[in-house]
Ligand binder design. Structure first.
Ligand code: T5A
Length: 212
């Protein structure tokens, strides 16, 4: 049996990652590919419990280092209990956010460097990296419109941080994609979900073999 493929979706708040992860999963399943669709933080009962600790808008305001450790702990459980077993069983794994989100949101903040985040990932999850990471980029005005239509004024504890913070996050994602062109593909999230999906399947087919 061949090992499955591991694909992650990354990007800022409301870029359309969940929508595109779902559409890609449906498209792959329609082609007979067995897969698991999951998300971070979360994906297993333990990691979902940590998600609630991290994202509840009324919850604890964690020190940055504790926040990074909680994301790494949630990921360690998710990788050990769901992602690695699925890949070993030959399934594909489609994950909404993964290590690059921690690098973008927690890395480079306060005393934490990108190397610190990657060291935690090595300890917690054996340094597992995706075969392909789809970075979806959308301009700020469009994402604000989409999120306002869906959530009104509500956001989670991290999503609700300043515009300046989210600009830094977007810049870090772009820098990561430039530094690792073999793993990342950057897709414009502009246009309808179907138009973006078309770009995603072209990129996935080109990078992971012709699947259509
Ligand atoms: N975080 C996470 C860290 O700080 N460190 C980490 O290590 C990790 C893993 C996660 C939060 O935690 C932070 C990042 C986040 O702040 P989340 O709920 O997973 O929280 O947050 P998001 O990933 O931002 O989830 P969203 O659902 O807000 O964004 P998506 O998934 O990018 O967007 P999606 O697909 O849900 O779409 C948003 C809305 O737009 C519509 C959808 O229908 C939806 O209503 N939409 C479109 N509308 C028009 N045109 C399109 N092309 C559209 N595509 C989607």
């Amino acid at each position: 049996m061949t090992a499955g493929r591991f694909i992650t979706f990354e990007g800022g708040e409301g870029a359309g990652k969940s929508t595109q992860a779902r559409m890609l999963a449906d498209w792959l399943e329609a082609r007979g590919i067995a897969l698991v669709q999951t998300r971070e933080p979360g994906g297993t009962p333990g990691a979902e419990a940590i998600r609630a600790l991290l994202l509840d808008p009324q919850g604890e305001d964690w020190p940055l280092e504790a926040e990074a450790l909680l994301f790494a702990a949630a990921r360690a459980d998710h990788v050990a209990r769901l992602i690695r077993p699925a890949l070993a069983a030959g399934k594909w794994v489609i994950c909404d956010r993964f290590i690059d989100s921690t690098r973008a949101y927690q890395g480079g903040e306060g005393s934490l460097s990108d190397a610190d985040i990657l060291a935690l990932h090595q300890t917690g999850s054996g340094g597992l990296l995706p075969d392909l990471t789809v970075l979806i980029t959308v301009d700020d005005t469009e994402t604000a419109k989409r999120l306002a239509a869906r959530d009104g004024d509500e956001s989670d504890r991290i999503g609700g941080r300043s515009a300046q913070f989210h600009t830094k996050v977007a810049r870090r994602f772009t820098e990561m994609a430039k530094a690792e062109p073999d793993r990342f593909v950057t897709i414009s999230g502009a246009g309808s979900p179907q138009e973006v999906h078309q770009r995603v399947i072209e990129a996935v087919s080109a990078r992971l073999g012709e699947l259509a």
